[in-house]
Design a protein around this ligand. Structure first.
Ligand code: XMP
Length: 320
Protein backbone atom coordinates (compact mmCIF):
# COMPACT_ATOMS: atom_id res chain seq x y z
CA UNK A 1 0.00 0.00 0.00
CA UNK A 2 1.48 3.36 -1.03
CA UNK A 3 1.15 6.09 1.60
CA UNK A 4 -0.31 9.21 0.05
CA UNK A 5 1.23 12.62 0.76
CA UNK A 6 -1.59 15.12 0.34
CA UNK A 7 -0.81 18.61 -0.89
CA UNK A 8 -1.76 19.95 2.55
CA UNK A 9 0.77 17.75 4.32
CA UNK A 10 3.49 18.20 1.72
CA UNK A 11 6.59 20.06 2.86
CA UNK A 12 8.35 20.64 -0.45
CA UNK A 13 11.83 21.34 0.96
CA UNK A 14 12.00 18.16 3.02
CA UNK A 15 10.31 16.13 0.26
CA UNK A 16 12.97 17.27 -2.22
CA UNK A 17 15.91 16.56 0.07
CA UNK A 18 14.50 13.17 1.07
CA UNK A 19 13.94 12.10 -2.55
CA UNK A 20 17.38 13.35 -3.58
CA UNK A 21 18.90 11.23 -0.80
CA UNK A 22 16.84 8.19 -1.79
CA UNK A 23 17.91 8.47 -5.43
CA UNK A 24 21.57 8.85 -4.44
CA UNK A 25 21.34 5.83 -2.14
CA UNK A 26 19.67 3.61 -4.74
CA UNK A 27 21.97 4.54 -7.63
CA UNK A 28 25.15 4.54 -5.52
CA UNK A 29 28.17 5.27 -7.69
CA UNK A 30 26.38 4.19 -10.86
CA UNK A 31 24.36 6.02 -13.47
CA UNK A 32 20.67 6.40 -14.21
CA UNK A 33 18.52 7.32 -17.15
CA UNK A 34 15.31 9.27 -17.14
CA UNK A 35 12.68 9.74 -19.75
CA UNK A 36 11.53 13.30 -20.08
CA UNK A 37 8.28 13.90 -21.94
CA UNK A 38 7.85 17.56 -21.03
CA UNK A 39 4.84 16.85 -18.85
CA UNK A 40 4.79 18.07 -15.25
CA UNK A 41 5.63 14.70 -13.68
CA UNK A 42 8.62 13.82 -15.83
CA UNK A 43 9.89 17.41 -15.63
CA UNK A 44 9.91 17.28 -11.83
CA UNK A 45 11.62 13.87 -11.87
CA UNK A 46 14.28 15.26 -14.21
CA UNK A 47 15.06 18.04 -11.74
CA UNK A 48 15.13 15.67 -8.76
CA UNK A 49 17.43 13.29 -10.63
CA UNK A 50 19.62 16.15 -11.80
CA UNK A 51 19.93 17.46 -8.24
CA UNK A 52 20.77 13.98 -6.97
CA UNK A 53 23.12 12.73 -9.68
CA UNK A 54 24.23 15.67 -11.83
CA UNK A 55 26.03 14.34 -14.88
CA UNK A 56 25.47 10.74 -13.81
CA UNK A 57 21.87 11.17 -14.92
CA UNK A 58 21.26 10.88 -18.63
CA UNK A 59 18.01 12.53 -19.68
CA UNK A 60 16.41 11.41 -22.91
CA UNK A 61 13.35 12.61 -24.74
CA UNK A 62 11.88 9.78 -26.76
CA UNK A 63 10.38 11.14 -29.93
CA UNK A 64 7.71 8.50 -30.44
CA UNK A 65 5.96 10.39 -33.22
CA UNK A 66 2.94 10.85 -30.95
CA UNK A 67 3.99 14.09 -29.28
CA UNK A 68 2.50 17.54 -29.62
CA UNK A 69 3.69 20.02 -32.24
CA UNK A 70 7.32 21.17 -31.83
CA UNK A 71 7.53 19.44 -28.46
CA UNK A 72 10.99 17.77 -28.39
CA UNK A 73 12.88 20.92 -29.37
CA UNK A 74 10.82 23.13 -27.06
CA UNK A 75 11.35 20.88 -24.05
CA UNK A 76 15.05 20.39 -24.75
CA UNK A 77 15.52 24.18 -25.01
CA UNK A 78 13.69 24.82 -21.73
CA UNK A 79 15.85 22.29 -19.89
CA UNK A 80 19.03 23.54 -21.48
CA UNK A 81 18.30 26.84 -19.71
CA UNK A 82 18.09 24.92 -16.44
CA UNK A 83 21.46 23.31 -17.06
CA UNK A 84 20.08 19.90 -18.05
CA UNK A 85 21.22 18.34 -21.29
CA UNK A 86 18.45 16.44 -23.07
CA UNK A 87 19.14 13.89 -25.75
CA UNK A 88 16.35 13.42 -28.29
CA UNK A 89 16.02 9.80 -29.41
CA UNK A 90 14.04 9.23 -32.57
CA UNK A 91 11.90 6.09 -32.29
CA UNK A 92 8.98 7.20 -34.41
CA UNK A 93 9.11 4.27 -36.81
CA UNK A 94 9.15 1.67 -34.03
CA UNK A 95 6.09 3.14 -32.32
CA UNK A 96 4.03 3.38 -35.50
CA UNK A 97 5.02 -0.16 -36.44
CA UNK A 98 3.85 -1.38 -33.00
CA UNK A 99 0.56 0.53 -33.28
CA UNK A 100 -0.23 -0.70 -36.77
CA UNK A 101 -3.64 -2.36 -37.04
CA UNK A 102 -4.46 -1.97 -33.31
CA UNK A 103 -7.82 -0.47 -32.38
CA UNK A 104 -8.49 -1.81 -28.87
CA UNK A 105 -7.60 0.79 -26.15
CA UNK A 106 -5.81 -1.63 -23.82
CA UNK A 107 -3.89 -3.27 -26.67
CA UNK A 108 -2.82 0.17 -27.79
CA UNK A 109 -1.54 1.02 -24.33
CA UNK A 110 0.24 -2.33 -24.13
CA UNK A 111 1.91 -1.75 -27.52
CA UNK A 112 3.20 1.61 -26.29
CA UNK A 113 4.41 0.10 -23.01
CA UNK A 114 6.30 -2.72 -24.69
CA UNK A 115 7.86 -0.47 -27.31
CA UNK A 116 8.84 2.12 -24.75
CA UNK A 117 10.19 -0.02 -21.93
CA UNK A 118 11.36 -3.16 -23.67
CA UNK A 119 12.59 -2.01 -27.04
CA UNK A 120 13.57 1.65 -26.86
CA UNK A 121 14.64 1.87 -23.22
CA UNK A 122 16.03 -1.63 -23.22
CA UNK A 123 18.36 -0.50 -25.98
CA UNK A 124 19.26 2.90 -24.49
CA UNK A 125 19.96 1.38 -21.08
CA UNK A 126 22.04 -1.46 -22.46
CA UNK A 127 24.16 0.99 -24.41
CA UNK A 128 24.64 3.35 -21.47
CA UNK A 129 25.15 0.59 -18.88
CA UNK A 130 22.78 2.40 -16.50
CA UNK A 131 20.85 0.15 -14.14
CA UNK A 132 18.06 2.51 -13.21
CA UNK A 133 15.25 4.30 -14.96
CA UNK A 134 13.76 7.26 -13.10
CA UNK A 135 10.16 7.97 -13.95
CA UNK A 136 7.27 10.14 -12.84
CA UNK A 137 4.54 7.69 -11.91
CA UNK A 138 2.03 9.36 -9.57
CA UNK A 139 -0.59 7.91 -7.26
CA UNK A 140 -3.51 8.51 -9.62
CA UNK A 141 -1.76 6.40 -12.30
CA UNK A 142 -1.49 3.53 -9.83
CA UNK A 143 -5.08 3.88 -8.54
CA UNK A 144 -6.64 3.76 -11.98
CA UNK A 145 -4.54 0.82 -13.07
CA UNK A 146 -5.31 -1.22 -9.95
CA UNK A 147 -9.00 -0.37 -10.24
CA UNK A 148 -8.87 -1.77 -13.77
CA UNK A 149 -10.13 1.50 -15.29
CA UNK A 150 -7.15 2.14 -17.47
CA UNK A 151 -3.86 0.35 -17.66
CA UNK A 152 -1.55 3.36 -17.32
CA UNK A 153 1.54 2.87 -19.41
CA UNK A 154 3.94 3.31 -16.52
CA UNK A 155 2.63 1.03 -13.77
CA UNK A 156 4.32 -2.36 -13.19
CA UNK A 157 5.08 -3.36 -9.61
CA UNK A 158 1.48 -2.99 -8.46
CA UNK A 159 0.46 -5.38 -11.25
CA UNK A 160 2.99 -7.96 -10.12
CA UNK A 161 5.43 -7.11 -12.93
CA UNK A 162 9.10 -6.96 -11.93
CA UNK A 163 10.78 -4.47 -14.30
CA UNK A 164 14.16 -6.03 -13.55
CA UNK A 165 12.94 -9.38 -14.88
CA UNK A 166 10.75 -7.99 -17.65
CA UNK A 167 13.07 -5.30 -18.99
CA UNK A 168 16.44 -5.76 -17.28
CA UNK A 169 16.57 -2.59 -15.19
CA UNK A 170 15.10 -1.10 -12.04
CA UNK A 171 12.56 1.70 -12.04
CA UNK A 172 12.68 4.46 -9.41
CA UNK A 173 9.46 6.41 -8.84
CA UNK A 174 10.09 9.38 -6.52
CA UNK A 175 6.63 10.93 -7.07
CA UNK A 176 4.53 7.87 -6.38
CA UNK A 177 3.06 9.23 -3.13
CA UNK A 178 1.86 12.45 -4.75
CA UNK A 179 -1.04 13.56 -6.88
CA UNK A 180 -0.89 16.21 -9.58
CA UNK A 181 -1.41 19.18 -7.27
CA UNK A 182 1.48 17.99 -5.06
CA UNK A 183 3.75 17.46 -8.08
CA UNK A 184 3.12 21.04 -9.24
CA UNK A 185 4.02 22.35 -5.79
CA UNK A 186 7.31 20.41 -5.84
CA UNK A 187 7.94 21.62 -9.41
CA UNK A 188 7.62 25.22 -8.31
CA UNK A 189 9.86 24.66 -5.28
CA UNK A 190 12.56 22.90 -7.30
CA UNK A 191 12.88 25.81 -9.70
CA UNK A 192 10.98 24.77 -12.81
CA UNK A 193 9.59 27.68 -14.83
CA UNK A 194 5.80 28.19 -14.54
CA UNK A 195 5.28 27.12 -18.14
CA UNK A 196 6.44 23.67 -17.04
CA UNK A 197 4.97 23.23 -13.58
CA UNK A 198 1.65 24.81 -14.57
CA UNK A 199 1.38 22.79 -17.73
CA UNK A 200 -1.79 20.84 -18.31
CA UNK A 201 -1.29 17.08 -17.92
CA UNK A 202 -0.48 15.02 -20.97
CA UNK A 203 -0.77 11.22 -20.99
CA UNK A 204 2.16 8.84 -21.42
CA UNK A 205 0.67 7.18 -24.51
CA UNK A 206 0.55 10.74 -25.87
CA UNK A 207 -1.68 11.49 -28.85
CA UNK A 208 -2.43 7.81 -29.37
CA UNK A 209 -4.71 8.14 -26.30
CA UNK A 210 -6.63 10.76 -28.27
CA UNK A 211 -7.25 8.83 -31.45
CA UNK A 212 -10.14 6.38 -31.23
CA UNK A 213 -9.29 3.42 -33.43
CA UNK A 214 -5.99 2.95 -35.24
CA UNK A 215 -3.25 5.49 -34.53
CA UNK A 216 -1.78 5.90 -38.01
CA UNK A 217 0.73 8.69 -38.77
CA UNK A 218 -1.97 10.52 -40.71
CA UNK A 219 -4.61 10.27 -37.98
CA UNK A 220 -2.06 11.35 -35.37
CA UNK A 221 -1.22 14.36 -37.54
CA UNK A 222 -4.93 15.30 -37.66
CA UNK A 223 -5.29 15.17 -33.88
CA UNK A 224 -1.94 16.96 -33.45
CA UNK A 225 -3.19 19.93 -35.50
CA UNK A 226 -6.49 20.04 -33.59
CA UNK A 227 -4.62 19.73 -30.26
CA UNK A 228 -2.42 22.73 -31.07
CA UNK A 229 -5.51 24.80 -31.81
CA UNK A 230 -7.42 23.71 -28.73
CA UNK A 231 -4.40 24.38 -26.50
CA UNK A 232 -3.85 27.81 -28.03
CA UNK A 233 -7.49 28.88 -27.73
CA UNK A 234 -8.12 27.49 -24.24
CA UNK A 235 -4.81 28.53 -22.69
CA UNK A 236 -6.46 31.47 -20.94
CA UNK A 237 -9.01 29.30 -19.14
CA UNK A 238 -8.04 28.03 -15.71
CA UNK A 239 -9.14 24.53 -16.72
CA UNK A 240 -7.27 21.47 -15.42
CA UNK A 241 -6.86 19.90 -18.87
CA UNK A 242 -8.16 20.34 -22.41
CA UNK A 243 -7.76 18.27 -25.54
CA UNK A 244 -8.96 17.25 -28.97
CA UNK A 245 -10.01 13.70 -29.76
CA UNK A 246 -10.33 12.18 -33.19
CA UNK A 247 -13.27 9.84 -33.61
CA UNK A 248 -13.46 6.75 -35.72
CA UNK A 249 -17.02 7.21 -36.98
CA UNK A 250 -17.46 9.30 -40.05
CA UNK A 251 -20.37 11.62 -40.69
CA UNK A 252 -21.78 13.19 -43.81
CA UNK A 253 -20.76 16.77 -44.25
CA UNK A 254 -20.61 19.08 -47.24
CA UNK A 255 -17.80 21.02 -48.77
CA UNK A 256 -17.90 23.14 -51.92
CA UNK A 257 -21.48 22.01 -52.55
CA UNK A 258 -20.48 18.35 -52.54
CA UNK A 259 -20.93 15.53 -50.07
CA UNK A 260 -17.89 15.06 -47.82
CA UNK A 261 -18.05 11.93 -45.67
CA UNK A 262 -15.67 13.39 -43.13
CA UNK A 263 -14.15 12.96 -39.70
CA UNK A 264 -15.20 14.23 -36.28
CA UNK A 265 -13.23 15.98 -33.56
CA UNK A 266 -14.46 15.97 -29.98
CA UNK A 267 -13.22 18.71 -27.66
CA UNK A 268 -12.89 18.02 -23.95
CA UNK A 269 -12.12 20.63 -21.31
CA UNK A 270 -12.07 19.59 -17.67
CA UNK A 271 -12.26 21.24 -14.27
CA UNK A 272 -10.53 19.04 -11.72
CA UNK A 273 -8.13 19.18 -8.80
CA UNK A 274 -6.34 15.87 -9.09
CA UNK A 275 -7.91 14.06 -12.07
CA UNK A 276 -9.84 11.62 -9.89
CA UNK A 277 -13.14 13.31 -10.58
CA UNK A 278 -13.72 15.98 -13.19
CA UNK A 279 -16.49 18.14 -14.60
CA UNK A 280 -16.67 19.78 -18.02
CA UNK A 281 -15.68 23.46 -17.98
CA UNK A 282 -18.51 25.88 -18.59
CA UNK A 283 -17.02 27.35 -21.78
CA UNK A 284 -18.95 30.14 -23.47
CA UNK A 285 -20.78 29.34 -26.68
CA UNK A 286 -18.66 32.00 -28.36
CA UNK A 287 -15.48 30.10 -27.39
CA UNK A 288 -16.95 26.81 -28.55
CA UNK A 289 -17.91 28.30 -31.91
CA UNK A 290 -14.45 29.79 -32.33
CA UNK A 291 -12.88 26.40 -31.63
CA UNK A 292 -15.17 24.74 -34.14
CA UNK A 293 -14.62 27.37 -36.85
CA UNK A 294 -10.85 27.22 -36.52
CA UNK A 295 -10.68 23.43 -36.43
CA UNK A 296 -12.88 23.09 -39.50
CA UNK A 297 -10.91 25.79 -41.31
CA UNK A 298 -7.46 24.46 -40.60
CA UNK A 299 -7.64 20.73 -39.92
CA UNK A 300 -8.11 18.80 -43.16
CA UNK A 301 -10.95 16.27 -43.32
CA UNK A 302 -12.95 17.45 -40.30
CA UNK A 303 -16.66 18.17 -40.86
CA UNK A 304 -17.98 17.86 -37.30
CA UNK A 305 -16.86 19.27 -33.93
CA UNK A 306 -18.50 18.35 -30.62
CA UNK A 307 -17.96 19.31 -26.97
CA UNK A 308 -18.09 16.64 -24.27
CA UNK A 309 -20.46 17.55 -21.43
CA UNK A 310 -20.27 14.34 -19.41
CA UNK A 311 -18.54 14.21 -16.03
CA UNK A 312 -15.82 11.83 -14.81
CA UNK A 313 -17.10 9.37 -13.66
CA UNK A 314 -18.52 7.72 -15.69
CA UNK A 315 -16.41 9.37 -18.39
CA UNK A 316 -12.61 9.44 -18.02
CA UNK A 317 -10.38 12.36 -18.92
CA UNK A 318 -8.73 10.79 -21.96
CA UNK A 319 -10.88 8.95 -24.49
CA UNK A 320 -8.80 5.80 -24.84
P1 XMP B 1 -8.04 9.36 -17.20
O1 XMP B 1 -8.17 9.40 -18.70
O2 XMP B 1 -7.75 8.00 -16.69
O3 XMP B 1 -6.78 10.24 -16.88
O4 XMP B 1 -9.23 10.00 -16.51
C1 XMP B 1 -6.41 10.71 -15.61
C2 XMP B 1 -5.18 11.59 -15.79
O5 XMP B 1 -4.05 10.79 -16.14
C3 XMP B 1 -3.58 11.10 -17.45
N1 XMP B 1 -3.31 9.81 -18.13
C4 XMP B 1 -2.12 9.20 -18.16
N2 XMP B 1 -0.94 9.57 -17.68
N3 XMP B 1 0.02 7.56 -18.48
C5 XMP B 1 0.13 8.76 -17.85
O6 XMP B 1 1.24 9.12 -17.44
C6 XMP B 1 -1.14 7.11 -19.01
O7 XMP B 1 -1.20 6.01 -19.55
C7 XMP B 1 -2.26 7.98 -18.83
N4 XMP B 1 -3.57 7.89 -19.17
C8 XMP B 1 -4.18 9.01 -18.74
C9 XMP B 1 -4.68 11.91 -18.11
O8 XMP B 1 -4.19 12.79 -19.09
C10 XMP B 1 -5.32 12.59 -16.93
O9 XMP B 1 -4.65 13.77 -16.57
Amino acid sequence: MIKEITVKKLNTASFISQKVREIQKAVGGGTAINALSGGVDSSVVTMLGHKALGKRLKTVFVQNGLMREGEPQRVAALFRKLGVKVEIVNARKEFFAALKGITDPEEKREAITQTFYKKVFGRIIKKSKAKFLLQGTILTDVDETIAGIKRQHNVFEQLGIDPQKAFGYRILEPLIQLRKDGVRKVGKAIGLPAELFERIPFPGPALSARVIGEATPQRIETVRKATALVERLLKGTKAFQYMAILHEDRVTGMRNGKRDFGQQIEIRCWDSVDARVATPTNLSFKTLRKLSDEIIRSVPGIVSVTYNIATKPPSTIEAV
